[in-house]
Design a protein around this ligand. Structure first.
Ligand code: PLP
Length: 471
């Protein structure tokens, strides 16, 4: 039984602040944060003393200083931190989606550090338009007449609808009234954009004549939403983009496609499942196409709208464009990412999102082998670690039914039966508490770390912190 001490043994704040070690901390971390840390530590000790659980020695100078240091370190730690995404979902929305290529990071750092020509035409020496920084690249890569960029694809859809369909009707297939992760629901966006939704067809089948029958004088636009995050299988029908474009144009209406992910290259060349491209939609006659910057494109969070000059010009003039515009960091990184697409042969090497998605299985296997011994040592008697088959997902709503063959490190608690669930939770938590948190997933009685996203250059950093794992 430990000897406990009374409330009176807890020193006053001023006394602790005067400990030489604590004074040194105040010099390093600042006086106010140190005061807050001391108060926090002493409050906790008083509470323990009141409960009779304050062990003798807890109020020693060195112990107190160590606790103050721990509190200061905790408070100084950034809230937004890097993690290891070993969930198996490569473009994980909760974990920041696409990692950016080094080229893009370098460009972002440059424009963050000093002024840039964000809205300044260097050739003419006059005010410029920030969209002109990426428009020529988007024209070249997609074949579109014009392009504009906003905060994300949800904003792109919202802005286009608000510009073209305010107080009028937008026709959409019932099979495409989708919800995409959390708060993006097509009917809700439509209502907030001030458009009236006219649903046509049924969940599984919508025909061209359903659209045709719904067109009236109040119709503003025909919209097609790519059903990114689910697949309807079996008895299905949907009108082709070329047919919808033809129908819209015959009535003098624009046709818009929300592609969601939208990649600029044919993923089939790397053995990945095909995903529609803006080029295809534009070639099929779409007047506007919107897609995300940080899904398959592999860039920063952004919403890209490409299409007819006259419609893009209208969108740019909408006062809400100002509210939804993106900053120089996004333009810098987006430009750098788009530039990589000019050289498709090297894209899979240079663009991290694509590099991870096309990573050879042998390479993933080798990474798993490389970290297995360190992981086994770190888990010791608490869990058994082995390499197991896994299936990675692309994520961010792309290609929901297609999974990529991968390998995971399966960490199975040695505790079986009643304690097993608790042990699994404890393992998951211990990995989350590492200096660079490791995020995996629990499946089939093991905590699983899909190694696809742990590249050769990350292995050292990953292994180095395993010594701090507290299972
Ligand atoms: C992901 C997605 C969106 C939303 O895009 P964000 O860039 O996340 O705002 C909209 N529509 C579709 C079809 C999507 O897949």
């Amino acid at each position: 039984m430990l000897q406990s001490v009374s409330l009176a043994a807890v020193p006053a704040v001023d006394r602790v602040l005067n400990f030489p070690a604590v004074r040194a901390l105040a010099g390093e971390y600042g006086r106010k944060p140190t005061l807050a840390a001391v108060r926090g530590v002493l409050d906790r000790l008083r509470e323990q003393a009141r409960g009779g659980g304050l062990a003798a020695g807890s109020t020693d100078e060195s112990r107190l200083a160590a606790q103050v240091l721990a509190a200061l370190e905790q408070a100084a730690r950034p809230r937004l931190r890097p993690v290891f995404n070993l969930t198996g979902t490569v473009l994980h929305t909760n974990l920041g989606r696409a990692p950016l290529p080094e080229e893009a990071i370098a460009r972002a750092v440059e424009v963050m550090r000093q002024p840039s020509n964000l809205e300044y035409d260097l050739a003419g020496g006059a005010r410029g338009d920030r969209d002109s920084l990426v428009e020529p690249l988007l024209q070249e890569l997609t074949g579109a007449e014009a392009a504009t960029v906003v905060n994300n694809n949800a904003a792109a859809v919202f802005l286009a609808l608000n510009t073209l369909g305010l107080r009028r009707e937008v026709i959409v297939s019932r099979g495409e009234l989708v919800e995409i992760g959390g708060a993006f629901r097509v009917p809700d966006i439509m209502a907030r954009a001030g458009c009236r939704l006219k649903e046509v067809g049924t969940t599984n089948r919508t025909h061209l004549h359903d659209f045709e029958d719904a067109i009236t004088a109040k119709t503003a636009l025909l919209l097609k939403v790519h059903a990114s995050n689910y697949a309807i299988q079996g008895f299905t029908a949907a009108a082709a983009e070329s047919e919808l474009a033809g129908l819209a144009h015959a009535h003098g209406l624009p046709f818009m496609v929300d592609l969601g992910s939208g990649t600029l290259v044919d993923l089939g060349q790397w053995g990945l499942p095909q995903e529609p491209t803006p080029q295809q939609s534009l070639a099929a006659g779409a007047d506007l196409v919107s897609f995300s910057g940080d899904k398959l494109l592999g860039g920063p969070q952004a919403g890209i709208i490409v299409g007819r000059q006259e419609l893009v010009a209208k969108i740019r003039k909408n006062p809400l464009k100002r509210a939804l515009r993106v900053d120089k960091i996004v333009y810098a990184t987006l430009e750098a990412v788009l530039r990589l697409y000019r050289d498709p042969e090297r894209l899979a090497q240079r663009l991290p999102a694509l590099r991870l998605l096309t990573r050879p299985l042998a390479d993933i296997e080798a990474a798993a082998q490389a970290i297995l011994p360190a992981l086994q040592t770190a888990c010791e008697d608490k869990a058994e670690v082995s390499i197991a088959p896994a299936r990675s997902q692309i994520g961010s709503g792309s290609l929901p039914v297609d999974l990529l063959e991968s390998r995971c490190l399966a960490i199975a608690p040695r505790a079986k039966g009643r304690g097993e669930g608790t042990a699994l939770k404890a393992i998951e938590q211990a990995f989350r508490e590492l200096p660079t948190p490791v995020i995996g997933r629990v499946a089939d009685a093991a905590f699983r770390l899909d190694v696809r996203c742990l590249e050769a250059g990350d292995i050292g950093r990953f292994a180095a912190q395993l010594g701090q794992l507290r299972l």
